[in-house]
Design a binder for this molecule. Structure first.
Ligand code: NAD
Length: 519
């Protein structure tokens, strides 16, 4: 199998039509057929790269890396700024590609693109200062006369493995800090949604990006494994199960590996909250990308006194939403699932909940659109149910009544996941205090989800939701190797610690330690 060239993969060439096939990506003779989830139509064909194909791509990226690093931060920023502007100018094609392969709403695709543009803007502005040599102050006696500085160097070739729900920002977007740090990058988008990532990589070259700096390895899990085997560092976004496999493989090679994994984000609604706003927020963020977002609200705990009213408001909101095939701006509110087999998981979670005593207040069945599930509200739920413990990743909002804040916090923390959480209250100070008790990487008060759209904020999960993360200055550090350079300024004088040892000098040194550390 030949390596994928970023130059010969224009969307037009890849988009083909064949309406008689089912709705999941399939591999046929080394080629992946990418299908629209709602119609089953083949919307693209891409290589299903084997290990040799991946190795060839990584070799190209490795050859290109010194030249890319040699452009310097300003040179790299200039390329990425041009890339950002071209992405916007050609947004029609990018949005079309994203919608064709995922069936997602125009608004969801637009948000994915906007996040990518914002991420590009952020890294081109902040990378310079973050990558500059950093003087390090030392205070101990052993640092006397020594000057230390930390330098940041690229790893070499960075691998980015992404999921199907936000394919562009979670592959190309995560590649940007690594690129700005002077790495070259090979992205491995999900086999379900590789087309928009390929198009974005094409646009990088069209914007004047040097060849082989940003490459795309298409294929499934086997391709991802081969990538981990070849690159110098890997960033993975996807499920907990795959994240564990990626970490184990990276561990074998002792390469840096950061993981952004699944979530089961709780929303805690207190009696003093603006209930109308909280209901609207929970519905908007529970059904974000049809619930197929790692930071979507996946379970809700509401103080008993306001539970009934809150549930009424949520149900009213959800019933007013329009489920239908995705189209242009504002056409519908919820579309079908991006990955059709996900409907089975959603259905199984709702069935399990109902069998254990939950009530379906609206939805609770497959939708009329192909590969869709009706937006669903469940009550009388508890933690014996899968919908409260496992990631549903679909349009389901289970709401549980709780006695008080302590019970809400205990249940919110009773999860293997720890990605994000939200607290809805009329008292922001109280919200902040509750935030500090939640075992998650991000807490929002009177809001949810939007924190992930802000590249200035670090985002990372606790517990099984991940290791490392994206966003904020830490992500740039993560994209680099660090080197400490220490220079002895008093060259010419013998050092206190050098051989040979003498009783007097050792005793003097001991006295000095006593004066410094023994008081
Ligand atoms: P997935 O784990 O099935 O696949 C993710 C990627 O890993 C795909 O590109 C896949 O081809 C690849 N892959 C599969 N097996 C591999 C292996 N053995 N080695 C290397 N790569 C392999 O996840 P998905 O179903 O595509 O995405 C949904 C999941 O992603 C959900 O759990 C969701 O919560 C999570 N997610 C997390 C975040 C976050 O930032 N924390 C963001 C979006 C999605």
């Amino acid at each position: 199998m030949d390596a994928v060239s970023t130059k010969d993969t224009t969307t037009e060439a890849r988009l083909t039509a064949s309406p008689d096939l089912t709705g999941v990506a399939t591999s046929v003779g080394g080629t992946l057929l990418v299908r629209a989830p709602d119609t089953g139509e083949v919307v693209g064909e891409v290589p299903d790269l084997d290990a040799a194909g991946v190795a060839a791509l990584v070799a190209r990226a490795r050859t290109a890396q010194p030249g890319w690093a040699g452009l310097g931060v300003d040179g790299r920023a200039e390329v990425i700024e041009r890339f950002r502007r071209l992405l916007w100018r050609r947004r029609g094609e990018v949005l079309h590609s994203m919608q064709a392969e995922s069936g997602k709403l125009y608004e969801d695709a637009l948000r994915d693109l906007a996040m990518l543009l914002d991420v590009a803007h952020y890294w081109t502005r902040v990378a310079g200062p973050l990558l500059a040599d950093e003087p390090l102050r030392t205070r101990g006696l052993m640092g006397f006369g020594r000057r230390s500085v930390r330098t940041f160097e690229p790893h070499g070739v960075f691998g980015m493995i992404g999921p199907w729900n936000l394919p562009v920002v979670l592959s190309i977007g995560d590649a940007l800090p690594a690129l700005m740090a002077g790495n070259t990058v090979v992205c491995k988008p999900s086999e379900v949604t590789p087309l928009a990532t390929l198009l974005a990589a094409d646009l990088f070259v069209a914007a004047g990006g040097p060849p082989d700096v940003l490459l795309v390895a298409t294929g499934g899990g086997r391709t991802g494994e081969a990538l981990v085997d070849q690159v110098d560092a890997v960033h993975f976004t996807g499920s907990v199960a795959t994240g564990r496999a990626v970490a184990a493989r990276a561990g074998q090679r002792l390469i840096p590996c950061s993981l952004e994994l699944g979530g089961k984000d709780p929303a805690i609604v207190l009696a003093d909250a603006d209930l109308k706003r909280a209901a609207r927020g929970v519905v908007s963020y529970g059904l974000l990308v049809g619930g197929q977002a790692c930071i979507a609200v996946e379970r809700v705990y509401v103080q008993r006194d306001v539970h009934e009213r809150f549930v009424e408001l949520v149900v009213e909101q959800v019933r007013s939403l329009r489920l239908g095939p995705a189209g242009g701006p504002g056409v519908v509110d919820v579309a079908g699932m991006i990955h059709p087999p996900q409907v089975d998981i959603v259905e199984a979670h709702v069935r399990d909940a109902v069998e254990r005593g939950a009530r379906v207040l609206t939805g609770g069945r497959r939708g009329s659109v192909e590969a869709s599930y009706e937006p669903t509200v469940l009550t009388d739920v508890d933690h014996t149910m899968r919908c409260m413990r496992e990631e549903t990743f679909g349009p389901v909002i289970p709401i549980m009544a709780v006695r008080d804040v302590d019970e809400a916090v205990r249940l919110a923390n009773d999860s293997e996941y720890g990605l994000a959480a939200s607290v809805w209250t009329g008292d922001p100070a109280r919200g902040r205090a509750i935030a500090r008790r939640l075992q998650v990487g991000t807490v929002t008060v009177n809001d949810a989800v939007m924190h992930a759209a802000l590249p200035e904020l670090p985002m990372g999960g606790w517990k099984a939701s991940g290791l490392g993360g994206r966003g904020g200055p830490d992500a740039m550090r993560w994209a680099c190797r660090q080197r400490v350079v220490q220079v002895l300024r008093l060259a010419g004088h013998p050092d206190l610690y050098w051989l040979p040892y003498r009783p007097r000098s050792t005793r003097n040194l001991e006295r000095l330690f006593g004066l410094l550390y023994g008081r």
